[in-house]
Design a protein around this ligand. Structure first.
Ligand SMILES: [Zn+2]
Length: 517
């Protein structure tokens, strides 16, 4: 139980990178003593769902995060274009789509600042891109282009493409023409991401969308020492490629398992994307969208193919990590996991459904019944602009307010773990841990959002430490500070149980203090 760390630690003794003793016993041992001076010691945060390389790739382009108007975004893109005249494509993110009602951004707005080179900006939901006319032209997207299967192209009234595209299959129409990411550029992204994560107190994380050459870049990072935190990879497979990917993924897993000790890299998980996002009207829901009564969103996999894919990887002892947001996608995922467990031999498989935003009431108890871990993004559990401006108009207030039933799931004894989904939202756990407790941003004056679903701070911290360690099959090594565990911990300036204005003072991995900025 990590609650030994509720500021109640009298002492913690470490030796050779491991905890050897806790409590008053630890104080009796000989050795160098560090006084916390009122600081709060707790296990290092474990991010159970993140995209560090995407964050690193995005950080290279224009910095449009948190900008609150189209004019500000345009001037940042203009600045970047001017300072980087040799960059053939300008790619960046992530812009706040909720600043425009409906979220359809126009290519012409970007054309006013860059028209000679393609520009592609990712929206914060990472299910949407906004591009300029040059990018549409290079991809050959015009009034005659049809929406790809599983994606959409927003249109103007005359049918011409507006400049906003949704879902990866649609982005691909454009991004396949851009220079490919390579091991070298991804190594820089990994270095950036590790520095950012450590500074935030994250000592173990996940890379939940691995496609070539990302695993190769991680192997290079592990060998060169660039990988400073433990990283668990989840390979993305699609309805089209899951069969041909089996050999490659197994090869990568084997190569990673052979890396010299201590090996910070693990690769035992497969990521499945079963729907899109509510904010873009692409999450698969059981009842139609209010703004588009002909649509129940996008169900990316058909049942038969999803069952075949899950079963095949499960037989190879890969954990499944399923993105499901709408109640339709969550029901499908639970059904398929149930069907798979009935036919495949039983083992400690720990399936994960990530996001789990809108759950049909009769499905709530199935998480525990099927031993499915629900991985939530704590920073999303308040009425933020996305929920208010983009989601509520599409699904109505009843369904909108029913999102993120953390209390109900915990009361049903569901295992809940946390992840940031960085760069979709902040990777900093201290920005997030109070939100599911208060169901609002601590300093804001707004009303809590469906306060019946609030959880305790201890539950919130446990989801970001011990339960995330369980999700990663690492509960005997990390996530708690007990004798024998790795000495991965953070020291906060004060107890989060006394104040929500806490800061990271220092971060320790395997008993060594890591310099943070
Ligand atoms: Zn994600």
């Amino acid at each position: 139980m990590w609650s030994a760390g509720l500021g109640l630690f009298e002492g913690l003794a470490i030796e050779n990178g491991r905890v050897i003793s806790t409590g008053s016993q630890a104080l009796k041992l000989k050795g160098e003593v560090i006084d916390l001076n009122g600081g709060f010691l707790m296990p290092g945060f474990i991010d159970g769902h993140a995209h560090p390389i995407f964050a690193g790739r995005e950080a290279r382009g224009p910095r449009v995060n948190n900008l609150q108007s189209v004019a500000e975004i345009k001037s940042e893109v203009a600045r970047y274009a001017k300072e980087n005249p040799n960059e053939s494509w300008i790619i960046g993110g992530a812009y706040e789509a909720a600043i425009i009602s409906g979220g359809d951004f126009d290519a012409h707005w970007l054309d006013e600042v860059v028209s000679d080179r393609p520009v592609v900006l990712h929206a914060v939901d990472h299910h949407t891109i906004w591009v300029n006319s040059k990018a549409l032209e290079i991809a050959g997207i015009n009034s005659n282009s049809k929406d790809p299967d599983g994606g959409t192209i927003a249109r103007r009234a005359d049918g011409s493409p507006k400049g906003t595209l949704r879902e990866p299959i649609a982005f691909d129409l454009i991004l396949k023409h851009a220079p490919a990411d390579n091991v070298e550029s991804d190594l820089r992204a990994i270095k950036y991401a590790c520095d950012e994560l450590v500074s935030a107190g994250v000592t173990t994380a996940t890379e939940c969308w691995v496609e070539p050459p990302m695993a190769e870049a991680y192997i290079a990072a592990a060998k060169s020492g660039t990988l400073t935190i433990e990283m668990h990879l989840a390979f993305l497979v699609t309805p089209q490629n899951w069969q041909e990917q089996v050999a490659y993924i197994q090869e990568m897993r084997a190569e990673i398992s052979k890396l010299p000790k201590p090996n910070r890299l693990k690769a035992n998980t497969i990521k499945f994307l079963t729907d899109g996002a509510l904010s873009s009207g692409t999450a698969a829901i059981l009842d139609p969208y209010l703004d588009n009564p002909n649509s129940t969103g996008l169900l990316i996999w058909d049942d038969e193919n999803l069952l075949a894919a899950l079963s095949a990887y499960d037989l190879l002892k890969f954990q499944v990590h399923v993105h499901a947001i709408g109640d339709g996608a969550i029901k499908q995922s639970l059904n398929i996991i149930e069907a798979m467990t009935k036919t495949n031999p039983s083992w400690d498989r720990r399936p994960v459904i990530v996001h789990a935003q809108l759950i049909e009431p009769t499905d709530l108890s199935r998480f525990k019944q099927l031993d499915v871990i629900a991985n939530f993004q704590p920073l999303w559990t308040y009425l933020d602009p996305m929920n208010k401006e983009l989601i509520e108009p599409r699904i109505g207030s009843e369904r909108n307010n029913r999102q993120y039933q953390l209390r109900t799931l915990l009361d049903l004894e569901t295992k809940i773990s946390f992840g940031s989904d960085w760069p979709v939202t902040s990777h900093k756990p201290l920005d997030a841990i109070f939100i599911p407790v208060l169901r609002k941003v601590p300093e804001s004056k707004s009303q809590p959002w469906n306060v019946n679903e609030a959880i305790t701070l201890e539950e919130s911290l446990t989801a970001y430490t011990a339960n995330a360690a369980y999700q990663l099959f690492s509960e005997s090594e990390i996530g708690k500070l007990e004798s024998g565990m790795r000495a991965n911990f953070v020291i906060l300036n004060k107890s989060p149980f006394e104040s929500n204005e806490v800061k990271i003072k220092s971060v320790w991995i395997d008993g060594l203090e890591i310099k943070v900025n």
